[in-house]
Design a protein around this ligand. Structure first.
Ligand code: FES
Length: 203
């Protein structure tokens, strides 16, 4: 470093210990630089962590699923069971075309659209069967019995706290390979909570 000159004599060396102390302004500047640098590092990190964890907090929606062709549900009042096949996903993984449940479709005389009930028992979730002999739905786990309209046969005498859970149904016209229109039955497959009187979606 070049020594400062003394106009009236030889150069004067400045000792390091004699340097002026840092001012308040330089301290604030340094602190601001540290804060800015920290934010620059942490912001992308926080965004990455949030993106990674976001599936855990995503509210899953009830899928709308095609379960049958309308022709497969004649209007004879007879319940028919159909599997519900849909993509299933947990927080980070998608499992295509999984069986996620089953529905009963019933179409009475002259009805354009069937009624749908999930086959999951509202008591504890067992698969409800149908007995065409006495026209009753029966759960094999704790003997809850339901009429064809989904209500409980013995009301509060059943262990199931409510009737079978109905599902929203819509009919869609689809184009077949031969160009004809096919009516298909779609249901919104809602997974209801079990063991309670109220009908509340589980997710
Ligand atoms: S699970 Fe159906 S009666 Fe208990």
């Amino acid at each position: 470093m070049k020594s400062p000159t003394n106009p009236s004599g030889p150069p004067v060396a400045i000792k390091r210990g004699n340097e002026p102390p840092p001012t308040r302004r330089s301290f604030v500047t340094a602190a601001a630089a540290v804060v800015t640098g920290t934010i620059a590092v942490l912001t992308p990190l926080g965004v990455g962590v949030a993106a990674f964890l976001s599936p855990l907090f995503r509210k899953s929606q009830s899928p709308k699923v095609q379960v049958a062709l309308l022709d497969q549900v004649p209007d004879d009042g007879q319940p028919r069971v159909f599997p519900v096949i849909a993509d299933r996903e947990d927080a980070w993984t998608r499992y295509p075309a999984q069986r996620i449940g089953a529905v009963y479709l019933i179409r009475n005389k002259g009805e354009a659209k069937p009624t749908a009930f999930t086959a999951k028992c509202p008591h504890a979730g067992c698969f409800i069967g149908y007995s065409s002999g006495n026209k009753l739905f029966k759960c094999p786990c704790h003997t809850s019995t339901f009429k064809v309209d989904g209500t409980r046969l013995r009301g509060d005498g059943e262990v199931a706290p409510r009737g079978m859970d109905p599902l929203p149904v819509e009919i869609r016209q689809e184009a077949a390979k031969d160009g004809k229109q096919l009516a298909s039955v779609w249901v919104e497959f809602i997974d209801f909570r079990t063991g309670i009187k109220e009908r509340i979606p589980a997710t």
